[in-house]
Design a protein around this ligand. Structure first.
Ligand SMILES: Cc1cc2nc3c(=O)[nH]c(=O)nc-3n(C[C@H](O)[C@H](O)[C@H](O)COP(=O)(O)O)c2cc1C
Length: 296
C-alpha cells in the first residue's frame, strides 16, 4: 500500500517536472535566441542560413493547380466602408454570431486584399510588399477558404492567389463536419459566410532566417488577422481569430502535406446585426456570476 502511494507520488512529480519542462521550452521559444554573429553567444559557430549560402530562393507564391479560377473585383471605392479610423478601431471586436445574409464577391475580395494583397514587388522578384508587414517581407503564408455563402461563388474549398488577386476552386462543396472538426468543435463557425484558413510554408522564412525563422512566423501571423478585423470592422462584417485549429483535419481539407505547408490559424467571417451583438454578449454570461459583468 505504502509502496503504491510512493509510486503514485513519483509518477505525479515526474509528470509535473515534464509539464514544467514543456512550459519552459515554450517560454524559451518566444525569446530571441543569442545572435549567431556574436562570437561569445554563438551556439552554432559558423552557422549560415540558406540565403547566406546562396541557395535558390523558394517561390514567392503557390501556383494554380488546375482548378477553375475566379478573378476578384477590386473597385473597393464602391463598397460601403466606414472610413473613420477612430471608429473602425474602436468598433473592432470578435464576432461569433452571424446572420444568414450572403456577402458579395467584392466584400470578400476586399478582405483578401486587406490581409494578403500584393502592392508591389521588391527587387527582381526578391519579395512582395503587401498590405500587411512581414519579417524580411518573406510572406510565408497562404490563405485557403471554405466558402459557404458568397454571391457569385459556388460553395467549396478555394485558394487565394495574391499575385493574380484571384481565387482557385480546389473542390466543390463545403462540409459542416469538416469545418466543425477543423476548428476543434467550435460550432458557431458553421454559420460563417466564409472561413479563412491560414497555412504557413516555413521554408520561405527559413531560407532567410534559418533557425531564427519560427518565432517571426507567429508574430507575422498576427498582422494578417488584425487587418482582417479592421477590414471587417470597416465593412460591417464580423470575424473572430481562431487558434484552436486541428491542423491534420484542415490539411486534409486543402490537400496540404502537413510539414512543408500546414494550416495553423483560421478566422470565420460572417454577416452581423445588432441582434448578433446581444447573442454575442451571452457567450460571456458566465461572468455575471463572477464579477457582475456580461460584456466580452
Ligand atoms: C491568437 C488568437 C486566438 C484566438 N482563438 C480563439 C478561438 O480559438 N476561439 C474563440 O472563440 N476566440 C478566439 N480568439 C478571440 C479572443 O477570445 C478575443 O480576441 C478576446 O476574447 C478579446 O475579445 P475581442 O477580440 O472582442 O476584443 C482568439 C484571438 C486571438 C488573437
Amino acid at each position: 500500500m505504502q509502496e503504491q502511494i510512493l509510486n503514485g507520488t513519483a509518477a505525479q512529480s515526474a509528470r509535473e517536472e515534464e509539464i514544467r519542462r514543456i512550459i519552459q521550452a515554450g517560454r524559451d521559444f518566444i525569446k530571441m535566441p543569442p545572435e549567431a554573429e556574436e562570437e561569445e553567444n554563438d551556439a552554432f559557430p559558423g552557422y549560415k542560413t540558406d540565403q547566406e549560402q546562396k541557395k535558390q530562393q523558394p517561390p514567392l507564391y503557390k501556383r494554380a493547380s488546375g482548378g477553375r479560377v475566379t478573378p476578384l473585383p477590386s473597385d473597393y471605392g464602391s463598397l460601403a466602408l466606414n472610413n473613420s479610423i477612430l471608429s473602425v478601431i474602436f468598433a473592432r471586436k470578435s464576432s461569433r454570431i452571424y446572420t444568414d445574409e450572403p456577402i458579395t464577391l467584392l466584400q470578400l475580395s476586399f478582405l483578401l486584399w486587406a490581409t494578403q494583397g500584393v502592392k508591389s514587388i521588391r527587387g527582381n522578384n526578391y519579395a512582395t510588399l503587401r498590405t500587411v508587414p512581414c519579417g524580411g517581407a518573406r510572406h510565408e503564408f497562404e490563405c485557403y477558404l471554405a466558402v459557404r455563402n458568397v454571391e457569385g461563388l459556388v460553395p467549396g474549398y478555394y485558394h487565394y492567389m495574391p499575385d493574380r488577386h484571384a481565387l482557385e476552386l480546389l473542390s466543390e462543396g463545403c462540409q459542416d463536419d469538416d469545418i466543425n472538426a477543423s476548428l476543434c468543435g467550435q460550432r458557431w463557425a458553421l454559420k460563417a459566410n466564409v472561413v479563412m484558413y491560414y497555412s504557413v510554408i516555413p521554408y520561405r522564412a527559413e531560407w532567410r532566417y534559418g533557425i531564427y525563422a519560427h518565432r517571426t512566423i507567429l508574430i507575422d501571423a498576427g498582422h494578417i488577422t488584425e487587418n482582417l478585423y479592421i477590414a471587417c470592422s470597416a465593412s460591417g462584417l464580423g470575424t473572430c481569430a481562431v487558434a484552436a485549429v486541428d491542423t491534420a483535419v484542415s490539411d486534409r481539407m486543402f490537400a496540404l502535406d502537413g510539414n512543408e505547408e500546414y494550416i495553423f490559424y483560421a478566422a470565420p467571417v460572417g454577416t452581423v446585426s445588432p441582434v448578433s451583438e446581444k447573442e454575442e454578449a451571452e457567450i460571456y454570461a458566465f461572468l455575471k456570476d463572477e464579477k457582475g459583468a456580461a460584456s466580452p
